[in-house]
Ligand binder design. Structure first.
Ligand code: HPA
Length: 276
């Protein structure tokens, strides 16, 4: 109920603030250190999250907390620059505000980006991964509580969260750009602490290839509302149980910023080809 009230407030505000006739087709959520991806956008609206009624404020370094609307390669999109995480103390409903607002503004495609740790020893730090499936290990869901029937069904199917069609487009575009794009399963954890060696071994044993502290809430909320979802990870560190290296937020931000350049190229190309 509270989630619906907040989402509706934001939708009402943004519907009034966007230029008449601007109909966003896709939304992009930019993760830690990936804010530069928005550089190629010609904005028609820029709104700090704190200006949007119903929105919580973003608190993490590297997260600008701003919504941009505009044309990317000629296509109308919403770009959420910075997200809300469970580890900041936000509720799953707050974490998914941007997704739900996007859907109610008419968006049909959601591209979720994040910074993740590589669990597959073959992956390189600084590489990119397209998410083929996820394991939600947060113990939370954005769908807990009375179902909002106008948003989606009580028991939404999760057999294909990440669209095979969008994955094909992403692979095709990556090949075209000469970028290596891994395909793998993302484990979503609540954080904020990183994994112990035993936890890392467990994640690998249950079939995860990458691990991070975001994305799964947003992907679930998006599928609930029938959006087509693509998930792209910047692999910012190697997370290997038998040679654990300490991970610092500074390092994560530095790697995300440099591989973020590859990601922005890839993203723009994908957006351009969203129709297939
Ligand atoms: N574990 C969890 N979350 C992360 C990691 C990691 O190794 N790297 C970036 N986000």
């Amino acid at each position: 109920m509270q989630d619906r009230i907040s989402v509706e407030k934001a939708v009402k505000h943004l519907a009034g603030a966007l230029p008449p006739g601007f109909r966003p087709e896709a939304a992009v959520i930019l993760g830690t250190g990936l804010g530069d991806v928005a550089e190629g956008l010609t904005p028609v609206l820029s709104a700090d999250y704190r200006e949007i009624p119903g929105f919580p404020e973003s608190t993490v370094p590297g997260h600008a907390g701003r919504l941009l609307a505009g044309a990317l390669r000629g296509r109308p999109v919403l770009v959420w620059q910075g997200r809300f995480h469970l580890y900041e103390g936000y509720t799953p409903g707050q974490v998914c505000m941007g997704v739900r607002v996007s859907a109610l503004l008419g968006v049909r495609t959601l591209i979720i980006t994040n910074a993740a740790g590589a669990l597959d020893p073959k992956y390189n730090a600084g590489g990119l991964l397209a998410i083929v499936d996820h394991v939600n290990l947060t113990g939370r869901s954005p769908l807990t509580g009375p179902n909002e029937d106008s948003w989606g069904p009580r028991f939404p199917d999760m057999s294909r969260v990440y669209s095979p069609r969008l994955l094909r487009i992403a692979q095709d575009r990556a090949m075209n750009l000469g970028l290596r794009l891994e395909l793998g399963v993302y484990a979503g954890v609540a954080g904020p602490q990183l994994e112990t060696p035993a936890e890392t071994r467990f994640l690998r044993a249950i079939g995860a290839d990458a691990v991070g502290m975001s994305t799964v809430m947003e992907a679930i909320a998006a599928r609930h509302m029938g959006l087509e979802v693509l998930g792209l990870s910047c692999l910012v560190n190697k997370n290997l149980p038998d040679c654990m290296a300490e991970v610092s937020i500074e390092e994560v931000l530095a790697v995300a910023q440099s591989s973020g350049k590859d990601l922005s190229l890839l993203l723009a190309d994908i957006v351009e080809k969203l129709d297939g």
